[in-house]
Structure formats: structure tokens, C-alpha cells
Design a protein around this ligand. Structure first.
Ligand SMILES: Cc1cc2nc3c(=O)[nH]c(=O)nc-3n(C[C@H](O)[C@H](O)[C@H](O)COP(=O)(O)OP(=O)(O)OC[C@H]3O[C@@H](n4cnc5c(N)ncnc54)[C@H](O)[C@@H]3O)c2cc1C
Length: 439
């Protein structure tokens, strides 16, 4: 009888979390939700997980090192460990950036996908959420393009902030055929917006909205062997740009403001992420091919990398510091969606918190805020506050540079000694917190 009752209690306590969008934020949310004790369904419109993370790669540069170690100490190091394990280069320094690691974008997706499956995440690929049913301020279910319905207790919007295609056309240079592959899988649809939340757009220094993505990728075997040998040896290869025909102004409106400044304007910076990552939003093929060694260069992301790139930061939802979306009682958010935050590590930090809090919310428990003495906690509250200030929507928030890294240094939150970071997390009481089930 005692066993039957215990079993019954366990069954009635099961909670169902639905995560929409399987970029780094959605993957981190799903893992955190499972570890906190929920059944998690992760819905992704494309045929692969990781979203823009499929063509990223840079981790642990500047304050991202601190944030990554904080996640590990707080019991949410799975994705950091995977990207570390699949890093082609570690401890790479480049102008204004220290101790970067570069994960192999050609190997990361299958590794993350099988990790999610082994954790017990129910992964639905090639399924796009196009509608929701809201009753009494709560989302009851989401509706997929094929009219299938998926019900849940709590939902997490991790649909990112790129596009939809109409906005890439309006604010960029057309659909550049980026890794999100909207022509094949459909454009982004925001769950928060479907549920009636009014979203905002980021602005850039020009008068248009959003930001253009800041890097493009080339095929290794389209570039001279000696250049590739040095790139693979050091992780980085730099070429001065003598040709001024390239529109330098584009650097001001790129999403990742940590890679601007004269060095990035006057030099082509190449990083080895399995592909050749070029740290500019786009570069005219006819100019690129005048550079010795690049005569046969071919872009692989975006395919139209000679003229443009994807447009992002077009979708900001109002939220609090627990990552709960304002206006809907059972909706959380993470990643770029949660407010001009750029980066994989940033998506993992916010995703982890959203996943854990989604379970707390379903079980009627108090929600967590990350302590403001941590880089993660500070980023979440800083980004939310700064967006509201005049000019705030022109800012970009990342542990790795721009305004927030400056703030991190001023507040002495930028630490690179792993023991010191572990001690700090211990003093906050957050050591291993994301490893425990929420009861
Ligand atoms: C070209 C490029 C290079 C970058 N390089 C780096 C880097 O080196 N290092 C770094 O830290 N950051 C980098 N970034 C930034 C980083 O990739 C993002 O800030 C971060 O990964 C965002 O994660 P996300 O999960 O919030 O959103 P996204 O990656 O945009 O993921 C959102 C997901 O939601 C899915 N989706 C949208 N709508 C729906 C729907 N209705 N139903 C189902 N699924 C839906 C999308 O298909 C997508 O997979 C780069 C970005 C780009 C574009």
C-alpha cells in the first residue's frame, strides 16, 4: 500500500515542460528541465538542433570563461563540457580577446543531439510551432504547422531573434541563405507573440532595426593550403585589408559588438572552427579573391556571404530576472529572445535558469534568481535594466566584450582562476543547485 501510494504521488507530480526552439538556449533549458525532474519536449523547426550555434564556435573568450566555470560549479556544465571536448583550439588569444576556445562546428550537432536523447529529452525535429491556445493567461498547448497539438504545464520560448525572412529582406540584404534555412523549414515564429505578448526590436546605430550577424564561413579546401596549415596550427590567421572598397560601416551594425574596433576593420581575422570563420558579416567575393591564397574562396555560411548575412535581435520579450515572461503566467524565455544577449554561453546560462524555473513554477515552488555577485546573475539583471534606458536598445550584452564585459571588470566579476570561481559560487549557496530535482 505504501509503495502504491508513493507511486501514485510520483505520477501526479509529473510535470510537462515544452521548449520551443532548439538553439543553445533551448537545449540548455531542456537539460535543466529534465534534471529538475520534468518530462521535457523540445520542438525545433529545422532538421538539426543548435540553431545559430551550428555556425558559431567561440567559447570561453574573456568573461565567458567565468560564466562557463560558474555554470559548471552550479551543476549545469554538460554543454560546456561538450563544447570543451569538441574544441579544436583552446586558450587562443586574439585582439581584445583572451583564452578563447573554438569548438568544431562540423561535429558538435550530433554530439548534442545524442546527449539530449540520452538525457530523456523528447526531441521533435522538423516541427514548427505556429499557434498557441491560451486560457486564463496560461498557454495550454502549442499547435504545429501540421495541426498537431502539444499540451504542457509550462512553456519556454527559445525561438531566438533572427528573421523572419521578411525582416531579413527589410533590414538586411535579402535572405542570405543562412544556417537557419528558413526557405526550407519556415521562418521563426515567436511563442511569446503567439500568446499575445508585445515584443520589441533591438535597434542599431543606423535607423534600421536589429543587427547583422557578424561572421561568415568558408570552405577550407577553397583556400590555399599554407594558409589553412597555419590556421589549423594556431587557430587564428590574420590578413591586413588593403582594399578599402569593403563597406567598413557594416562593422557598426553587427550583432557581436565585441569584434569591432580598428583591428577588426583593418584586418581579416580568420578562426578555425572546422570551417574557416571570417570575422566580418560579409565580404565581397570579387575583393576576397584578389587576396593571394583566396583566389578560389567559397562561402558556405551564409551562401550569400559575399553580399549579406542574417538579421537578428529583432525579438525581445519583457521578462523578469527568473526568466519568466511578463503577461503569461506559465511562459519562460531564454537566449537572444530574452533581450539583446549575444552568444552561446549567454544562451546556456539563461536557458539553464529558465529550464529549472519552469519546473519550480509547475510545482508551485519559489523561483530562482542567479545571485548578482555572479557573472550570470549580473548579465540577466543588467541586460533587463539597460534595455529600458535611452539608447538601451542599441546595446548588445555579452560576457565577452562591449558594455557588459566592462561592467564585469569594474565589479570584479571577471575571474579566471577556477578555484576562486568555485569558492564564489559556494558562498552564494548555488554549488550543484542545477543537479538537484525540484520536489
Ligand atoms: C553566424 C553567427 C556566428 C556566431 N558565432 C558565435 C560564436 O562564435 N560564439 C558565440 O558565443 N556566439 C556566436 N553567435 C551568436 C550565438 O549563436 C547566439 O547568440 C546564440 O547561440 C543564440 O541562441 P538561441 O538559442 O537564443 O537562438 P537561436 O540559435 O536563434 O535558436 C533558435 C531556434 O529556434 C528555432 N525556431 C524558431 N521559431 C521556431 C518555431 N516557431 N518552432 C520551432 N522552432 C523554432 C530556430 O530554428 C532555431 O533553431 C553567432 C551567431 C551567428 C548568426
Amino acid at each position: 500500500m505504501a509503495i502504491a501510494q508513493g507511486f501514485y504521488e510520483e505520477v501526479v507530480r509529473l510535470v510537462y515542460i515544452i521548449v520551443v526552439g532548439a538553439g543553445w538556449a533551448g537545449c540548455a533549458s531542456a537539460i535543466a528541465g529534465i534534471k529538475a525532474g520534468a518530462k521535457v519536449t523540445l520542438i525545433e523547426k529545422a532538421d538539426m538542433v543548435l540553431g545559430t550555434g551550428l555556425v558559431g564556435g567561440i567559447m570561453r573568450n574573456n568573461g565567458r570563461f567565468t560564466a562557463a566555470e560558474e555554470l559548471i560549479c552550479a551543476g549545469a556544465g554538460e554543454l560546456i563540457n561538450l563544447t570543451d571536448k569538441l574544441s579544436l583550439h583552446q586558450n587562443v588569444d586574439f585582439p581584445n580577446h583572451k583564452h578563447a576556445s573554438l569548438y568544431d562546428v562540423t561535429r558538435i550537432e550530433p554530439a548534442v543531439r545524442s546527449f539530449l536523447k540520452n538525457m530523456g529529452v523528447k526531441l521533435l525535429l522538423k516541427k514548427r510551432v505556429v499557434d498557441s491556445v491560451v486560457v486564463n493567461n496560461r498557454i495550454i498547448k502549442v499547435i504545429l504547422e501540421e495541426e498537431e497539438e502539444i499540451a504542457g504545464d509550462v512553456f519556454i520560448d527559445t525561438t531566438g531573434s533572427a528573421g523572419p525572412m521578411a525582416k531579413c529582406r527589410k533590414f538586411g540584404r535579402g535572405c542570405s541563405m543562412c544556417i537557419l534555412r528558413c526557405p526550407s523549414f519556415g521562418s521563426r515564429v515567436s511563442l511569446a507573440e503567439l500568446a499575445g505578448v508585445k515584443e520589441e526590436e533591438g535597434q542599431n546605430v543606423g535607423e534600421t532595426a536589429g543587427s547583422i550577424s557578424g561572421s561568415c564561413k568558408m570552405l577550407k579546401n577553397s583556400i590555399d593550403e599554407d594558409i589553412i596549415l597555419e590556421l589549423e596550427n594556431k587557430g587564428i590567421y590574420t590578413i591586413p585589408i588593403h582594399e578599402k572598397a569593403f563597406a567598413q560601416d557594416i562593422m557598426k551594425i553587427k550583432a557581436c559588438q565585441q569584434y569591432v574596433g580598428n583591428y577588426f576593420k583593418n584586418n581579416l581575422v580568420l578562426l578555425d572552427t572546422g570551417l574557416v570563420k571570417l570575422m566580418v558579416p560579409y565580404f565581397p567575393v570579387e575583393i576576397l579573391r584578389k587576396i593571394p591564397g583566396f583566389e578560389n574562396a567559397i562561402f558556405i555560411d551564409p551562401y550569400a556571404g559575399g553580399i549579406g548575412n542574417s538579421v537578428r535581435l529583432l525579438s525581445i520579450v519583457p521578462r523578469d530576472n527568473t526568466m519568466k515572461v511578463k503577461g503569461v503566467d506559465n511562459l519562460f524565455c531564454a537566449g537572444e529572445k530574452s533581450g539583446l544577449m549575444v552568444g552561446h554561453t549567454e544562451a546556456m546560462v539563461t536557458g539553464t535558469l529558465a529550464g529549472n524555473n519552469a519546473v519550480r513554477s509547475a510545482k508551485g515552488r519559489a523561483l530562482l534568481e542567479l545571485p548578482s555577485s555572479t557573472a550570470g546573475g549580473m548579465l540577466i539583471s543588467y541586460a533587463r535594466e539597460k534595455i529600458k534606458t535611452p539608447g538601451g536598445k542599441k546595446l548588445r550584452f555579452t560576457f565577452s566584450g562591449s558594455v557588459f564585459f566592462k561592467e564585469m571588470k569594474e565589479k570584479k566579476l571577471y575571474l579566471i582562476d577556477k578555484e576562486e570561481i568555485a569558492k564564489k559560487i559556494q558562498t552564494t549557496g548555488f554549488t550543484g543547485i542545477f543537479n538537484s530535482r525540484v520536489t
